[in-house]
Design a protein around this ligand. Sequence first.
Ligand SMILES: Nc1nc2c(c(=O)[nH]1)N[C@H]1C(S)=C(S)[C@@H](COP(=O)(O)O)O[C@H]1N2
Ligand SMILES: [Mo]
Length: 373
Amino acid sequence: MQDRRNALDPFGKDRLTVLGETPLVAETPEALLDDETTPIARFFIRNNGLLPRRVDNPDAWRVIIDGEVEHPLDLTVADLKSRFPVKTFRMVLECGGNGRSFFEPKAEGNPWTNGGAGCAEWTGVSLRDVLQAAGLKSTALFTGHFGADPDKTGSMEQQAMSRGMPMAKALEEHTLLVWAMNGEPLPFIHGGPLRLIVPGWPGSLSQKWLTRIWIRDREHDGPGMTGLSYRIPVHPIPPGSDAKNVELRILESMPVRSIVTAPAHETRYESGTRSITVRGAAWAGDDAVARVDCSIDGGATWVLAQMTPPRNRYDWVRWSATLALPGDGAYEIIARATDSQGRVQPLQATNWNPNGYGCNVVHRVAVRVDPAS
Ligand SMILES: Nc1nc2c(c(=O)[nH]1)N[C@H]1C(S)=C(S)[C@@H](COP(=O)(O)O)O[C@H]1N2
Ligand SMILES: [Mo]
């Protein structure tokens, strides 16, 4: 255990669970996501390559906007700060593979539980304001994102990850070029000095250590855009099958998810406890959360949770519910969110796919009343 902790030491994140050391990947146990705004110390880490070199002067970091634009731009972070309206939104960042470990059979990739997500205050400028300054040509269809991190082998010849999005997503006000997180300079491990935040869609679009946005006249084809990467079958396939000759689509908006952040899994209550308060968070990709329901009897009966309104689009909602317990014993709390289009989290993992994206099965938390029994 000791050496696993060490991988996180330089980043002050010792309570996270390490899923991989090279590249460094760590998730947040659900019970540590109990804050309204996820503290930096508890925010998950996902790298696909090695870390880039640290820089001394974040304001001098440069980003290039080129491709299908009238006026290619080469801007420093200082330029971004002074030339465009500065915005702060609290928004969820979630890995496309969040929930993967609940697929049966196991899918390829990091075995995230529900902790490949967090909700932070991101400060920066709307990418759309910068794109407007560059002047989009009528041929501008897609973005391609580039970062300063070497790939797994240490080479810069190919990007560790280079994804892109259709213009409509790039032009949303909440798609930001970000230099601050929770009011602090964007930490190096989260892509500082400059990163993209593309809320609601797989975290892989939110390029860290951002050096270039290439505006393209076609779908981007960097690492992470081709083959099975971030693609899911259009129609459900049998779990464990290879998805060959199956129609696939790129995973865009993430599916609705709720997590129980209190009590923690395996909490024990005193004998005679007949009511507990349960808290959590829920979010729904591009959509809003319409409701969250809790159950302690496997979904036979449900209790509607109270929700606090989100601050802005793409913020998570915090929810709580008071649950009556019929007697001492063992219970499993489940929380199920419904999005604004009426889509509900499944009780069992559905839509299995080889790379394990978008698993949003309900979160289960076991508790016991009367530990002596
Ligand atoms: N440059 C770069 N950006 C990247 C990645 C990466 O490997 N390199 N990983 C992506 C993935 S898959 C995710 S889920 C998020 C994670 O962001 P975080 O480490 O700040 O939590 O960053 C994205 N941006
Ligand atoms: Mo990710």
